[in-house]
Design a protein around this ligand. Structure first.
Ligand code: KG4
Ligand code: ZN
Length: 347
């Protein structure tokens, strides 16, 4: 614990946050936990696209090249001088170890040079806090559905930092299913946005793909759906690709929305927060909003830019961490398998 643990954390506390856990290099200035003063995201998609997925070594090297200028830009856009920064935060897990190390090392170096606290942030917790940026007036318990490239989980949040696992995928994550189906359909990488776009031209009722475990508890399974899409296309080579994309997307969304509502029923939660890259999906956003309205629940849906990886959500989560637990030591390392709750699995 550092000498900064006594820092008083309030609405004027300025945090410089850094995110480098996967293929986005991002920096942001966040004040008071919810006021996003600047948020700069540089995607490495072009570097990885020709390999059909993220190449860890390329990601680390790109973070090294990009992070300095991105941090500079975040401070410039915010109009904030280094001496106004009260703390520096970075994602320290889960993620690619080499990529995480770039952000963690830079954040610790800046914290040391500026003599301010360092805060390590759990990337999964940050996705949750992205949902609270617009309206932090929380009503506990809440249900958080995290749908990203590596995770699909339902979590009960009974207070800041208090989480219980309600359900999780037993095979592929939702984003992984989007990416694998897109690759099979020849739509490129990343697959989620490509399927989202193409689905607008297709009929979501054209093919009745399976909704695995729809009426069965709070766990998920997407690998059978992926196989079913592949089998259907192999058997029907002239099938319309937009119809396949739209029917696949609707099957995923049916399961996600129905499980999120079941989790809210079981826990008595009045609010449901959606987070992670798949929460940028148009159909999921539409159906989630509709079902929350019709069931009288508060649905917290981050803007699309806050669903995919960014550093503003790291700054938001860092503010609560700093307020409730104080600074972290400069001996904090990258933690590639960091968990949010017991029982969680990473695909
Ligand atoms: O949260 P995220 O940016 O990175 C991780 O922490 O994993 O999520 C990335 C995932 C990818 O699988 C990507 O295909 C998916 O989110 N994704 C989408 C959309 N935008 C991103 N999936 C469906 N529809 C989208 N519009
Ligand atoms: Zn993420």
């Amino acid at each position: 614990m550092s000498v900064h643990s006594q820092l008083s954390v309030d609405e004027s506390t300025v945090i410089l946050a850094i995110e480098t856990s996967c293929d986005e290099t991002a920096a942001s200035v966040v004040m008071g936990g919810t006021d996003v003063v600047s948020s700069i995201v540089s995607s490495q998609i072009d570097l990885h696209a020709r390999f059909g997925g993220v190449v860890p070594e390329i990601a680390s090297r790109a973070h090294l090249d990009l992070l300095g200028p991105i941090v500079r830009e975040a401070l410039d856009v915010a109009g904030v001088e280094a001496r106004r920064v009260d703390a520096v935060a970075a994602t320290y897990g889960p993620g690619l170890v080499g990529a995480l190390l770039v952000g963690v090392s830079a954040a610790k170096a800046l914290a040391f040079a500026w003599d301010v606290p360092f805060v390590g942030v759990n990337h999964l917790e940050a996705h949750l806090y992205a949902g609270l940026l617009d309206d932090p007036s929380l009503e506990f318990p809440m249900v958080f559905m995290l749908v990203s490239g590596g995770h699909t989980m339902l979590i009960e949040m009974s207070d800041h930092g208090r989480y219980r696992l309600l359900g999780r995928t037993i095979d592929d994550a939702a984003g992984e299913a989007f990416d694998k189906v897109a690759r099979f359909l020849g739509l490129g990488y990343p697959g989620g946005p490509a399927i989202d776009r193409l689905s607008a031209e297709g009929d979501p009722r054209a093919i009745d793909f399976p909704r695995a475990m729809l009426h069965d508890g709070l766990d998920f399974s997407f690998s059978g759906l992926k196989t079913s899409v592949m089998n259907h296309v192999r058997k029907n080579p002239s099938v319309s690709t937009p119809d396949v994309a739209a029917s696949f997307q609707t099957a995923v969304v049916d399961v996600l929305v129905s499980k999120a509502m079941r989790a809210a029923d079981q826990t008595g939660a009045r609010a449901v927060v959606l987070g992670g890259g798949v929460a940028a999906n148009s159909e999921l956003r539409r159906r989630f909003t509709e079902v929350c309205e019709s069931s009288g629940r508060r649905g917290l849906l981050p803007s699309r830019a806050m669903c995919t990886d960014n550093a503003a959500m790291i700054g938001a989560a860092a503010w609560y961490r700093l307020r409730d637990h104080g600074a972290m030591g400069l001996d904090t390392g990258a933690s590639p398998n960091l968990r949010l709750v017991a029982g969680e699995v990473t695909s």
